[in-house]
Design a protein around this ligand. Structure first.
Ligand SMILES: *[C@@H]1O[C@H](CO)[C@@H](O)[C@H](O)[C@H]1NC(C)=O
Ligand SMILES: *[C@@H]1O[C@H](CO)[C@@H](O)[C@H](O)[C@H]1NC(C)=O
Ligand SMILES: *[C@@H]1O[C@H](CO)[C@@H](O)[C@H](O)[C@H]1NC(C)=O
Length: 353
């Protein structure tokens, strides 16, 4: 075996996981991908990623793994589980076991742990002098409740310096290919286009900051940190990852209306508490979650930069890629749609209380 560096990507068949796998493959790494289901193994193999079928909640796969490889330079965890605490508790046992074997064989790993930028909550809208205009009853605050666990548990990754260094990565929303949550924006515009309304109606503030990046750029950011020559400046740190520039709800909705042939363009109505005629809370949280994210830290340290076009700069290509993924019944589109419905129910339950 050559002395190429190796990475184990946890949640390798997920939306970000796959982009991370591809980026490391392109960068010349030996890439292993952990997936739960045997059905997911084929799609990883097609990407030149060695699939490992197993899960953090059942470590019986480890013997098979160690028979193939004993050392990992890097782990990347790209999972967004519904129950973060339970996932963290299992994952940490697994990662410690694999890291222990790796250390015994002379390699101390770096763990790149994905959290998300929403851990910080929302920021002000575009052009606002200071505080966010969202009020306490804004649905966005309910989203924060779900995300609180993730924010807390992610930082626990730093507590295992006996076996590995860790960095917590906070990517913004990502788009491209099957488009993850941004696919919901296409759905929203398509539904409006198919109805008899003449405008794309949104009850969020038009100056809401929508800061996202292409998923390929996100994958490259993981490589930039893994490749960085000074591990000490990466370990124990959090890194935001985002595009060089943000867009606003007005710009995004305007571009969507144009792309979908909605003649009256985007129309912003007064934000109101959720009602039968208004936007669903889940949809509102996508178009109305204002957040500007600075990624200066990773840019300064590693020289990483985003290269793919912004969402509205290449909207048509992103739309047809999303539709192609839907046509193909891509796992990610099915998963996101199902999760979106669950979120809507959870929001409603919370608001009902
Ligand atoms: C989001 O909006 C679309 C289009 O109006 C709608 O079909 C869908 O049900 C909404 N999603 C949720 C989770 O409410
Ligand atoms: C990440 O972005 C958030 C939100 O803009 C900001 O509060 C935080 O300081 C940034 N963190 C880093 C490490 O750049
Ligand atoms: C990044 O580098 C610039 C220019 O040297 C500096 O002004 C800025 O404070 C740095 N930011 C961070 C987060 O390190």
């Amino acid at each position: 075996m050559s002395n190429r560096r190796s990475i184990l990507v946890i949640g390798a068949n997920g939306y970000i996981g796959l982009a991370v796998c591809r980026a490391f493959v392109r960068a010349g790494w030996r890439v292993y991908g952990l997936v739960r289901k045997p059905e997911s193994a084929q799609s990883l193999a097609a990407e030149e990623v060695t699939p490992i079928v197993g899960s953090a909640s059942d470590l019986s796969f480890l013997d098979q793994l160690f028979a193939q490889i004993k050392t990992f330079d890097v782990f990347a965890s790209c999972i967004e589980p519904p129950d973060y605490a339970a996932y963290y508790n299992n994952a940490i046992v697994m990662i410690r076991k694999i890291a222990e074997t790796s250390n015994k064989n002379g390699v101390r790993p770096l763990v790149l742990w994905s959290s998300g930028c929403k851990d910080y909550g929302y920021t002000t809208i575009d052009g606002a002098p200071d505080l966010a205009p969202h009020t306490e009853e804004s649905p966005i605050n309910f989203a924060a409740l779900f995300l609180a666990q993730r924010a807390t548990y992610s930082l626990k990754m730093f507590e295992h310096t006996d076996l590995f260094d860790a960095a917590v990565l906070r990517p913004t929303n990502v788009y491209g290919y099957s488009s993850s949550y941004y696919g919901i924006m296409f759905e929203y515009a398509a539904a409006a286009a198919a109805s008899d309304t003449v405008t794309l109606k949104l009850d969020v503030h038009p100056k809401t900051i929508l800061h996202a990046m292409h998923v390929d750029d996100c994958g490259e950011a993981y490589v930039a940190l893994a490749d960085h020559s000074n591990r000490k400046s990466v370990g124990g740190q959090c890194f935001n990852i985002s595009a060089h520039k943000y867009e606003t709800a007005k710009v995004v909705a305007g571009a969507l209306a144009e792309e979908y042939g909605i003649s009256g363009g985007a129309e912003f109505v007064e934000p109101t508490p959720q009602d039968a005629a208004g936007m669903s809370v889940a949809n509102k949280s996508l178009f109305g979650y204002s957040q500007w994210v600075s990624s200066e830290k990773i840019r300064n340290l590693t020289g990483w930069t985003d290269r793919r076009m912004l969402f509205t700069e290449n909207l048509h290509a992103y739309r047809i890629a999303y539709e192609a993924a839907l046509q193909a019944g891509h796992e990610d589109t099915v998963r996101i749609k199902a999760r979106w419905e669950v979120w809507e129910t959870q929001f409603k339950d919370l608001i009902g209380k």
